[in-house]
Design a protein around this ligand. Sequence first.
Ligand SMILES: O=C(CO)[C@@H](O)[C@H](O)COP(=O)(O)O
Length: 227
Amino acid sequence: MKQFLLAPSILSADFARLGEDTAKALAAGGDVVHFDVMDNHYVPNLTMGPMVLKALRDYGITAPIDVHLMVKPVDELIPAFAKAGASYITFHPEASQHVDRTLQLIKEHGCKAGLVFNPATPLSYLDYVMDKLDIILLMSVNPGFGGQSFIPGTLDKLRQARRLIDQSGYDIRLEVDGGVKIDNIGQIAAAGADMFVAGSAIFGHPDYKKVIDAMRSELEKVNGSFH
Ligand SMILES: O=C(CO)[C@@H](O)[C@H](O)COP(=O)(O)O
């Protein structure tokens, strides 16, 4: 059976009680904390830095933390996020001057590394670096804000990325982020994703467990069709 991971995006959590709200999403069944870093330069919004991540670790969050860097330049922030307790660090290839070097830097700092693709960013950035990737993240909205609608063209892109991963033979997660809901997660999984970021769907609902359980039951239906 395929192991699917659900990653609540704390961009939609209550920032005034971030530790508590993050713990609540994990207790409700979230596997990984998705941590969006926005710099008001690469994207038009400003969010959290390494100090906030460290505060979550100090609060007692032990689950993997998946840091999605929406920043430019990229490299300067990597050591600080690794030191603060990041598990995965992903970045947008067009925001890095030297993609291979940035991937190496993440690994040297003991984190898993990945590339993020905006809806209009071509997958050709994957050429020559598959061996350095632990994760590929496809954005299914334009980055910057939670609560947007899933862009349907992402399904085809997911199928392409899944083919590339399978052909490569490497153990690479295929993550999707943006507009993931109970009613589309099955379709997204069938297209090849195995890690799902969900922000407003979880944090915008009064009962996080109800949403996560419903997402898992949709995923179970798809799981039966994997070999
Ligand atoms: O990176 C981003 C947005 O740029 C995402 O992680 C959002 O946080 C997803 O939120 P929803 O679309 O699930 O509300």
